[in-house]
Each structure stands twice: as structure tokens, then as C-alpha cells.
Design a protein around this ligand. Structure first.
Ligand SMILES: [Zn+2]
Ligand SMILES: [Zn+2]
Ligand SMILES: [Zn+2]
Ligand SMILES: [Zn+2]
Length: 192
């Protein structure tokens, strides 16, 4: 802090705020692009899609209670309640549209939410695995020529290669090609 002459904390604060905001925006974009099982619809309060793809646009469901209105339009009827529109309050009897439990639809204890998150996690894992496989295949295809040059995967091959190198150092490459023990070499010699 001292080296920033007192401005350090303010700078850190700004960076922190900026970073958080940026992360939030990025997350929202990703959430929209990769609408999956754990996407929560702000219109019908159900899992698995986003507002843009909601089939119940004309029949919204409040996530605080299964009222036929958008959560943002939720309003407490109790006179004198200080809760704003869209906010939950102690007068509300929480009810989940997805599991009929007595909690709001987004509550962490909701089995439907847990199911949605689990399914999403599994789907993302398989997607990642598939991506990884695809990447490995291309990597192998590109790597293969270098692979033999590196001396092979086992130490035995490496030793063999070292011996071959000693021989190739003295003798012309043509002779290496005729040696059956050097499996990796012919392709190298061929490219040269
Ligand atoms: Zn919906
Ligand atoms: Zn409501
Ligand atoms: Zn209230
Ligand atoms: Zn629930």
C-alpha cells in the first residue's frame, strides 16, 4: 500500500470492481450462448432454457410463488410491506413451480435445480472430453513425424537411437535405411 502513496487501495478497488463486472458480463454472455440444462428462465421460472427460447412467454410464472406473472412484477399485497416489486418478503409463501416444494424456484435446496446443475455439469464434461479427443487426434497427426525424432517413448528406443546416431555419424544415410533396427529413421532420411 505504501508504495502507491495512498492511492493503492482505490486503484485495487477499481480493478476489483472492473474485473467483477467484466466477469459477470462474460458469464452472462456465455450463459446465453450455451443455454443448457442449468439455464434458468426468467419468464416461466423453469430450468433448461433462456427467456429468448421460452415457450411460455404469454404465461409467465413467478419464481417466488407460482403466480401467473413475471418475477419482476411480483408484488406483495400486504399493506405497509416495504418489499419492492420483484422482491421476496416474509409475507410470501415460497412455492416452487418445478418441484412444488415450499421454496422459491431458484433455491439451492430445490431438487430440480440440483438435477439441472448435475445434468449441465455432466453434459459439459462430455463436451470437454469430446473436445479433448478431437484436439488429441489433430495433435497426434501433427506430432507423429517429430515423435520418432524425439527418440521414441521408451528408454530402450532412446538407447537404440543413440547407438544408431553413433553409426550414422560415421556412415552415410543410405546404410541406415537398410538397417531393420531403426524403424524411425527411414522417414527422416526420406524427407532429407
Ligand atoms: Zn421459460
Ligand atoms: Zn409472484
Ligand atoms: Zn410483504
Ligand atoms: Zn423446487
Amino acid at each position: 500500500m505504501g508504495c502507491f502513496c495512498g492511492q493503492g487501495s482505490k486503484m485495487a478497488e477499481n480493478v476489483l470492481k472492473g474485473g467483477l463486472r467484466a466477469a459477470g458480463e462474460k458469464y452472462d454472455v456465455e450463459k446465453f450462448m450455451n443455454a443448457g440444462p442449468d439455464s434458468f428462465c426468467g419468464v416461466c421460472s423453469r430450468w433448461g432454457h433462456v427467456e429468448a427460447k421460452c415457450g411460455s412467454l404469454k404465461m409467465p410464472v413467478c419464481m417466488l410463488w407460482v403466480g401467473r406473472h413475471l418475477t419482476n412484477d411480483h408484488k406483495c399485497n400486504v399493506v405497509g410491506c416495504k418489499a419492492n416489486a420483484g422482491q421476496n418478503c416474509t409475507h410470501n409463501v415460497d412455492k416452487c413451480v418445478n418441484c412444488k416444494g415450499n421454496h422459491i424456484a431458484k433455491a439451492n435446496c430445490c431438487v430440480k435445480k440440483q438435477e439441472a446443475i448435475t445434468t449441465a455439469r455432466e453434459e459439459r464434461c462430455t463436451w470437454k472430453e469430446r473436445e479433448g479427443e478431437r484436439r488429441n487426434v489433430t495433435a497426434d497427426q501433427q506430432k507423429e513425424p517429430d515423435h520418432t525424432e524425439d527418440g521414441g517413448p521408451s528408454t530402450a528406443d532412446a538407447e537404440k537411437k543413440a547407438q544408431d546416431d553413433e553409426q550414422t555419424g560415421k556412415k552415410p544415410e543410405v546404410q541406415v535405411e537398410s538397417t531393420p533396427a531403426t524403424e524411425g529413421e527411414p522417414s527422416n532420411a526420406g524427407t532429407k
